[in-house]
Structure formats: C-alpha cells, structure tokens
Design a binder for this molecule. Structure first.
Ligand code: FES
Length: 56
C-alpha cells in the first residue's frame, strides 16, 4: 500500500530500506524522502518503521 502519496512511497519500500540497513525513521526518511513534502504520512511511516524494526 502507499504510505506517502506525495512521493509514491509504499510500505514495501520502507521495509526494504530497513532490510538494507536503515535503523530509524530518520534514516528511512533520508533514504526515501518519505514525509518530506506535506508531512501527512509521517505518522504512518513511523509506525511501519517501528513494526518492521520489531520484526528484524
Ligand atoms: Fe508523504 Fe505528503 S504523503 S509527504
């Protein structure tokens, strides 16, 4: 599903970024630019990061 509509970032891409080494929302944001436009997706994006980090 799309987490960030402004930049077309999916939850799959966020997970992928974490599997590839990102270990915080900040790092995911820097890598994918998720949440850098309107910012509305930040809450959901953080949640996806949190859930994925809990799995790995
Ligand atoms: Fe992600 Fe707007 S939906 S910055």
């Amino acid at each position: 599903m799309y987490v960030c509509l402004c930049l077309g970032v999916t939850d799959g891409q966020i997970r992928e970024a974490i599997y590839e080494g990102c270990c915080s929302y900040r790092e995911v944001r820097n890598a994918l630019e998720v949440g850098t436009q309107c910012g509305k997706c930040a809450c959901v994006a953080k949640q996806v990061v949190k859930e994925t980090l809990a799995e790995v």
